[in-house]
Design a protein around this ligand. Structure first.
Ligand code: 3Y8
Ligand code: NAP
Length: 248
């Protein structure tokens, strides 16, 4: 009797949840508890950490989980690493639903960097209008370059004072091309800092930057341990032993 755990928090994970309900597989959806009001899911949902690798292994045993699907974001590296270890330790089949990274297209002006600190170093010394599209958790290093006029975008309003003066847009996405173009033009953004999240929910700013010829400092994904990885919900459903209307 299949009982799947979806490590969620992305648009792809929501699509997977809907398909799992449609074919009638028993499953639990898991959020990390990062946002105040995460989107509702059509499955029993848990919110918050498991308590490290051992906490996840205990959860898998206690809840008689038979399959784990890591549908977290490519930058949710710690969760993905814990899933690999907990599934190995409990002998539970694991698969990752991970969208492909965005590939540089003709006309893109990307400066590819390894991490946030390298992104700060890549910004110019001369003051500029900079859009940090990397969320809330990793903005502190930009305090090293306070000369810039920063625009940030958070899912929820900031709860603590910001580490530097900045204007905050509160919006959860997914984002539209026209909306991004309008925001970039209105704020006369000159630089964009982004993570190579992949997927459609956040790529509009990358397309808008290309049209406007703006430089994008693109943070590469963290290295993740080897694990079975697919890019489509249909492949996950096949792995679970179910054909799906999504075809392919
Ligand atoms: C809590 C679930 C849907 C899912 C929406 C996707 C698309 C929009 C792109 C920008 C980039 C960013 C951020 C982003 C994207 C989707 C998807 C995606 C980037 C929600 C969600 C949760 C989170 C957590 C949140 C992080 C933050 C990152 C904002 C829900 C909306 C910047 C990643 O306040 C915080 O602490 C926020 C933390 C992790 C990165 C960061 O470090 O701040 N996502 N995002 C999940 C949980 O608790 O388990 O609230 O409903 C999901 C989505 N975020 O419904 O269509 O699928 O990728 N999320 C990045 O750098 O790309 C926004 O602004 O252009
Ligand atoms: P992370 O740094 O990889 O994980 C830190 C800890 O948060 C994990 O060790 C785990 O705590 C807990 N956690 C993370 N995701 C969880 C989940 N889905 N269910 C239960 N616990 C979870 O994670 P993150 O980058 O902060 O991402 C958190 C959530 O936001 C994930 O669901 C992810 O899919 C979503 N998200 C992240 C990004 C991003 O840019 N990182 C973008 C979009 C969506 P314990 O060790 O206690 O188990």
């Amino acid at each position: 009797m299949t009982r799947a755990l979806i490590l969620g928090g992305t648009a792809d994970a929501s699509l997977l949840a809907a398909e799992i309900v449609r074919v009638g597989i028993a499953a639990v959806y898991s959020y990390g508890g990062r946002t105040r009001a995460p989107a509702d899911q059509p499955l029993p949902t848990r919110i918050g950490g498991f308590g490290g690798v051992s906490g996840l292994a205990d959860y898998i045993r206690r809840e008689r989980i038979t399959h784990v699907i890591d549908a977290t974001h490519p930058f949710a590296a710690e969760m993905s690493r814990h899933a690999v270890k907990a599934c190995a330790g409990t002998g539970t089949p694991l698969i990752a639903l991970e969208r492909a990274p965005w590939a540089r297209a003709p006309g893109d002006n990307w400066i590819e960097v390894a991490d946030v600190n390298a992104a700060v170093a890549a910004l110019p010394e001369a003051a500029a209008n900079v859009f940090l599209a990397i969320g809330r958790q990793h903005i502190a290093p930009f305090a090293a370059k306070p000369q810039h006029a920063y625009t940030l975008r958070f899912v929820d309003p900031p709860e603590a004072p910001l580490p530097f003066a900045a204007d905050v847009i509160v919006s959860r996405g997914p984002f539209t091309f026209d909306g991004e173009l309008e925001m970039i033009r209105t704020r006369e953004i000159e630089w964009i800092v982004a993570r190579n999240s992949g997927g459609d929910g956040a790529r509009a700013k990358i397309d808008a930057a290309r049209i406007l010829g703006l430089p994008v400092i693109m943070i590469s994904r963290p290295d993740l341990p080897e694990r079975l990885r697919v890019e489509s919900v249909a492949e996950i459903m096949r792995w679970l032993g179910h054909r799906t209307r999504l075809g392919a």
